[in-house]
Write a protein that binds this ligand. Structure first.
Ligand code: GLY
Ligand code: MN
Ligand code: MN
Length: 310
């Protein structure tokens, strides 16, 4: 997109021009060709503000050279941090699709199924429930592999006595959801149950604490302090959560460092976890809209211990 004071141009190559015209009525869509390259449209502009997070270093240098422009980084995430009502409706639907997909697949979360097969079923269920695709590569980790926060599903089979963590999301009309649930298969080691209870308490407390005006770092601390008090402080190895929208990771980061305040219209994840090498891990993640009066939790799948014991 080239945005100037008086025009908005969508510049695409021939693979996309017909589709872009179809999906963006009223927008000028220009097809780039060898005879009419990007330089023709950019070279008059001197300095262009560009989000560097969307370009490789090489692409940035090549653009500057070939188009005779100077690019200056501009953080486009500021445009995305507050969601419009129609965006919130789409994220809400993406969350509902994830809930529906998990409900469909839950009977298959049993000893004997492989992590990969479970991920395949879940991804198909997302599409069948109305999603266009999953919002990132589905995580399914079982047994001691649960200590890998973002482990990829393998041919390992789920076994009795293990816990399994599933982290996935749906895309609905380009907007993402992102949800994690951990399930227990039969009788699990009491320490795993203790991990679960701690993470659930931390997650519920953070969910309950969400309100406009709270700093991101304060919300992170609500969960982090509970996990530390239970003796697992060294095992919560990531931020409490992140913004969510067109991308699965957007501003604001719910990190111990971020002093930014929550504001109505932000959509965030709340996803504390504990990961102990050799034992396993637990994470619980929900998507939460910050409202004028507090919050609205968008993902609804059950989290109580009785509901996640299969
Ligand atoms: N799976 C991506 C996330 O939870 O942040
Ligand atoms: Mn996730
Ligand atoms: Mn997440």
């Amino acid at each position: 997109m080239l945005v100037t004071a008086d025009k908005l141009l969508m510049l695409v190559d021939g693979r996309y021009s017909a589709e872009c015209r179809l999906n963006n009525p009223g927008t000028d869509v220009i097809t780039l060709t060898t005879e009419h390259p990007l330089a023709e449209h950019l070279s008059d502009h001197g300095t262009l503000f560009t989000d560097a997070s969307a370009l490789s270093h090489l692409a940035w240098q090549t653009l500057e050279k070939q188009c005779s422009v100077r690019l200056q980084h501009w953080d486009a995430s500021v445009l995305r941090v507050h969601k419009y009502p129609d965006e919130i409706a789409k994220i809400r639907q993406a969350a509902a699709i994830a809930d529906e997909a998990l409900r469909t697949v839950m009977p298959r979360i049993q000893p004997g199924i492989t992590e990969k097969a479970l991920a395949d079923h879940l991804e198909m269920a997302v599409r069948q429930a109305g999603g266009s695709k999953t919002s990132f590569d589905t995580v399914v980790v079982s047994g001691t592999r649960g200590a890998l926060p973002h482990g990829r599903p393998t041919d390992k089979k789920l076994a009795e006595g293990e816990i399994v963590t599933i982290d996935f999301g749906a895309v609905y009309q380009h907007y993402c959801s992102d949800m994690t649930r951990t399930f227990a298969l039969g009788n699990v080691n009491p320490e795993l149950k203790a991990l679960y209870d701690t993470v659930l308490t931390a997650q519920q407390s953070a969910r309950d604490a969400v309100r406009p005006g709270m700093r991101c770092q304060e919300l992170d601390a609500v969960a982090r302090d509970i996990i530390a008090a239970a003796g697992y402080g060294g095992y919560f190895s990531h931020n409490l959560g992140h913004g969510l929208g067109l991308d699965v990771h957007e501003a604001p980061a719910l990190s111990p460092q971020n002093t930014q305040s929550l504001e109505p219209g932000m959509v965030i994840t709340i996803e504390p976890g504990i990961y102990i090498p050799g034992l396993g891990g637990v994470r619980i993640e929900d998507d939460v809209l910050v409202t004028e009066s507090g919050s609205d939790v968008l993902t609804q799948s059950p989290r109580a211990w009785k509901d996640i014991c299969l």
